[in-house]
Design a protein around this ligand. Structure first.
Ligand code: GTP
Ligand code: MG
Length: 596
């Protein structure tokens, strides 16, 4: 369980801030709640008055007849005020709904933007299911808090206080007897709060865990089926589900422990009233009418006491949920625009320089890149080759500033990347990542993802560049074919080619391909190589590759081993150097080709 973090605002302060634009309405709603609850006193008060009126003389009928005007006036007042109360309640409900929905809308948008702007570290920390829980279930707890919990607190407080004050104005001693039990209830509810708070935290964690399981299994359904793990996953989910249910029951049971005491106190109130009130009437301290008002209003003291447990329970649920939301709300991406970052709306020339770059993942122990230095001149093609895990992907992630070096500097066109605005930098970089992610959209939509204004002809041109146009055209709906979530329905090589077309479509000054042709056949790869050499816009290419056929025609080849550049040069130079690269050439092409 995470420790309590410090945020710039308290939970309620945060909520208030997010009610922006609805502050006045919310205050009106709160006042409305207070007013309609005070109006609840009207009926008992007037009933008391009527009883006294009725009993003024010896003959009740006579006294009522004599004061019939007063009687009707009181009745009309009672009806009128009750109608007023109902109207206020109605408007009040609408006001709370408006405020809570507006607040929710604001927070939801803010969170989504925040999540979008996060850096890679954030995404490797938070699981999707957990994030989804925060923007759905947790946010609903926040809405519930505005629309129900806060309202209930005001309601209970007003009822209790106005009833108590009313009691005191009628008879101090009797009021004291009734109200004196309240501190006892506070004590009980305070203890309850201490016990139930951690339960709500646990509940919240379990819900997020369950959602994460569900989300991972649904999106990973192919793996589940391939390994025939359905039964296992079903049982696993069943266990998580059961665990969540049991924690829910346990949480409810906490209240059950306290409930009998609260209920006993609340139920004792009428008995006390009956006893003490009776004695007071006998002694002539209060009138019969006062007694009626008292007994008709005793619920206004008892109900808030009963409600306190429930309110506390819901408030703890809100606390646990809002902590989770505020964690994201106040999280700051580490990689953001520097305050003095320069705008660079023009196209980059495309010079990429690594100057003694070293890097270690924050959660990793060992350095992944060690003292990397190289330059890719505008228009050059640089290949990076090396065994798996040697740091190739980590290296190229420094260029769009997904991560920042621990030492050394990465420069584009001679300017350190951190001096550019992120959007300017990234707009100039076309990246085809190692794990291809396509959206559930048409193929055309996927290719034009970074360049929305692309015409159909242009989309087709980039598809041709990436040797994808043939297979796209052969699909029944061509470019209009919808690819499923994450590109389900396409082969690995097809996905890679669409992702290449997507990267090319923005006409980047720097094109980065991370193993983008690993799943396509040799012939298709050749075609792609050819079109990459003949692009109709200037572009520096940094290509991570495993095949010599790819690296052969590159201007520069960097051989990476354990995060270090061990060899660099063009194909011929490296073959002549007779080192690691030359070994690779022998392995892949056979001895005979080496000398060619
Ligand atoms: P292949 O793609 O398999 O060819 O490997 P690569 O050369 O692209 O390796 P990469 O740069 O992805 O990883 C280099 C090293 O960094 C490996 O030892 C990984 O275990 C480690 N690594 C990669 N990503 C992360 C990360 O997000 N966090 C941490 N702590 N380590 C990482
Ligand atoms: Mg990689």
């Amino acid at each position: 369980m995470d420790n309590k973090k410090q945020y710039p605002k308290s939970r309620l302060g945060w909520l208030w801030e997010n009610m922006e634009g609805k502050h006045a309405l919310f205050i009106v709603a709160l006042i409305g709640t207070a007013v309609y609850n005070m109006l609840q006193l009207v009926v008992p008060h007037f009933s008391g008055k009527i009883v006294d009126l009725f009993r003024q003389a010896q003959d009740s009928k006579e006294s009522l007849t004599a004061n019939s005007d007063e009687f009707y006036r009181l009745i009309i007042l009672m009806v009128g005020l009750t109608l007023l109360r109902v109207t206020i309640v109605y408007l009040d409900c609408m006001a709370y709904e408006r405020v809570s929905q507006a607040t929710l809308f604001r927070i939801r948008n803010f969170l989504y933007n925040k999540i979008q702007r996060q850096d890679m570290k954030f995404y490797s920390t938070y699981r999707t299911g957990d994030l989804m829980t925060r923007v759905t279930g947790d946010l609903d707890a926040v809405r519930h808090n505005i629309a129900w919990v806060i309202r209930c607190i005001v309601e209970s407080l007003t009822l209790f206080l106005s009833a108590a004050i009313y009691f005191f104005t009628i008879n101090v001693k009797l009021a004291l007897c009734v109200v004196s039990l309240a501190p006892l209830i506070f004590l009980i509810v305070f203890r309850f709060r201490k016990q139930v708070a951690p339960m709500h935290k646990a509940l919240r964690e379990k819900l997020a865990g369950m959602n994460t399981d569900a989300q991972e299994n649904i999106s990973g359904n192919r793996v589940v089926k391939a390994f025939a793990r359905e039964e296992y996953e079903k049982e696993h989910f069943d266990k998580t589900n059961r665990d969540y249910r049991d924690t829910n029951i346990k949480t409810q049971k906490v209240w059950l422990k306290f409930f009998p005491f609260v209920e006993a106190i609340a139920n004792a109130l009428p008995v006390i009233l009956l006893l003490v009130g009776g004695v007071f009437i006998i002694r002539g301290d209060i009138t019969m009418g006062d007694y009626v008002s008292f007994s008709l209003l005793i619920w206004a003291i008892a109900n808030p006491m009963r409600m306190m447990g429930n309110i506390m329970n819901e408030f703890q649920r809100f606390s646990a949920a809002s902590d989770k939301i505020m964690e994201i709300y106040y999280s700051e991406a580490e990689i953001v625009d520097h305050p003095d970052a320069i705008a660079h709306p023009e196209r980059f020339e495309g010079r990429v320089e690594f100057d003694h770059v070293s890097f270690r993942y924050e959660d990793g122990k060992l350095p992944v890149l060690k003292d990397i230095s190289f330059t890719a001149e505008p228009g050059e093609t640089v290949a990076i080759i090396g065994e798996t895990g040697c740091g190739k992907t980590s290296l190229i992630q420094m260029i769009p500033r997904f991560y920042e070096p621990n030492s050394g500097s990465v420069r584009v066109d001679g300017v350190p990347v951190e001096n550019y605005k992120l959007t300017d930098l990234r707009k100039n970089i076309g990246l085809a990542t190692q794990d291809v992610l396509l959206y559930s959209d048409t193929i055309e939509g996927n290719i034009a993802y970074g360049a929305m204004t692309l015409t159909a002809e242009e989309v087709e041109k980039y598809a041709r560049y990436s040797a994808a146009s043939d297979f796209i055209r052969s699909m029944p709906e061509g470019y209009e074919t919808i690819v499923g979530e994450r590109g389900v329905g396409l082969s690995g090589g097809q996905k890679q080619r669409i992702s290449l077309a997507r990267a090319l479509a923005i006409k980047p000054s720097i094109l980065i391909l991370d193993d983008t042709t690993s799943a396509v056949d040799m012939e298709t790869e050749k075609q792609i190589q050819h079109s990459l050499r003949n692009l109709d816009f200037p572009c520096t290419k940094i290509i991570i590759a495993q095949r010599i056929s790819t690296t052969k025609f590159c201007d520069k080849i960097l051989v990476l081993k354990d995060g270090k550049i061990i060899e660099s040069g063009n194909h011929r130079e490296l073959v002549e150097a007779n080192g690691y690269y030359a070994e690779l050439v022998k392995l892949q092409l056979g001895e005979s080709v080496v000398s060619a």
